[in-house]
Design a protein. Structure first.
Length: 335
């Protein structure tokens, strides 16, 4: 057996890390596949913006309810925009996982499951804020302060607010799914468990989904399906669909787009038929980690939602909600 000096191992690891970072930047900035193939792929992805939609569903909701949906969307988005700027200025902890582009997923679930335990994934700021976690504690955690929700030691993934039943993530991909099962054995209350499409491929996640039906766990599983595991699309990782697997385990399951009214509709429908799973197709607007910008989105749910709101509100009412939400976020980050 060869034994290498520690210095050689560290030098090799450092070189490999540099190569990986260079490759990551190249993929983000310079990727250039066959144009026709890319255009077809983007067209197929764009169709998912309407997956499972119910025509004029937003008109079946009260004006007040739709206002609350948009207010939450705006608060999450503009809070995250402030985090992004703070990260660029190197004011926050190094690893930051932003929810920009995916805000509607947690917002759509939050109203019907408001008194539930919540287990978020590593990209959990949106879920934390949607379920009324303390934004000041989240800010301080991202700044590394002792007043943060993990005393400044957990950072972006490990955010929690026990008073609001929000349980933080430890950083191990998908670990919150079996943890949710364990929690369901102790707390006889409904639970919302968020995870990503990459986490869906972990063996312990699939085993936990199977056990949920065996135990009749009162859990609503939400898959934030942005079609990316860091940079690898789902088509390059697997051929099976999560909803098909979930149904084979005996879970009630649906595959839909990230329209907030549609998510609310299905959450209401499934919350009394648990365990259940909603796979929600969505778009990540920011890098897997950090504050850099991904390529152009297949769809922009925030803008689509604003367009639908014009059937319900006047233009100036929509702008006012945005304005007050921006001021709210800026005030938090300037105190």
């Amino acid at each position: 057996m060869l034994i290498y000096p520690i210095g050689v191992i560290c030098a090799a690891a450092k070189k490999r890390y540099s190569e990986w970072c260079s490759a990551y930047d190249h993929c983000i900035i310079n990727i250039d596949f066959n144009k026709k193939k890319n255009d077809n792929l983007k067209m197929n992805r764009a169709r998912l913006a309407y997956l499972g939609e119910i025509e004029d569903l937003e008109l079946k909701y009260s004006k007040l309810y739709s206002k609350k949906i948009f207010q939450k969307l705006c608060k999450i988005r503009f809070f995250e925009e402030e985090v992004k700027e703070a990260h660029k200025k190197k004011l926050t902890t190094p690893l930051v996982y932003l929810s920009i582009g995916q805000e509607a997923v947690s917002v759509g679930v939050s109203f019907e499951m408001k008194n539930s335990y919540v287990l978020a994934q590593h990209r959990g700021h949106g879920a934390y804020l949607a379920f009324n976690g303390n934004p000041l504690s989240l800010r301080d955690e991202l700044l590394g302060l002792k007043s943060g929700c993990c005393r400044g030691k957990g950072g972006s993934p490990m955010i929690h607010d026990i008073k609001k039943k929000i349980i933080g993530h430890c950083g191990l991909i998908g670990d919150q799914v079996p943890v949710a099962i364990g929690l369901s054995l102790v707390k006889k209350k409904k639970i919302v468990c968020f995870f990503g499409d990459g986490a869906a491929e972990e063996d312990y996640v699939l085993a936990a989904l199977s056990y949920a039906t065996q135990n009749n766990s009162q859990i609503l599983f939400i898959c934030d399906d942005n079609d990316l595991s860091v940079l690898t699309p789902t088509k390059d990782r697997r051929k099976w669909k999560l909803v098909d697997v979930a149904k084979s385990f005996g879970l009630n399951a649906v595959d839909i787009t990230d329209d907030p009214w549609l998510i609310d509709h299905w959450t209401k429908k499934l919350k009394n038929s648990l365990p259940a799973l909603i796979n929600i197709r969505t778009c990540r607007d920011i890098w897997h980690v950090g504050s850099g910008k991904d390529k152009s989105l297949d769809w922009n749910r925030f803008e689509i939602t604003k367009k639908k709101l014009k059937k319900i509100f006047k233009e100036n009412e929509i702008l006012e909600i945005e304005r007050t939400s921006k001021l709210w976020a800026k005030k938090i980050w300037k105190t």
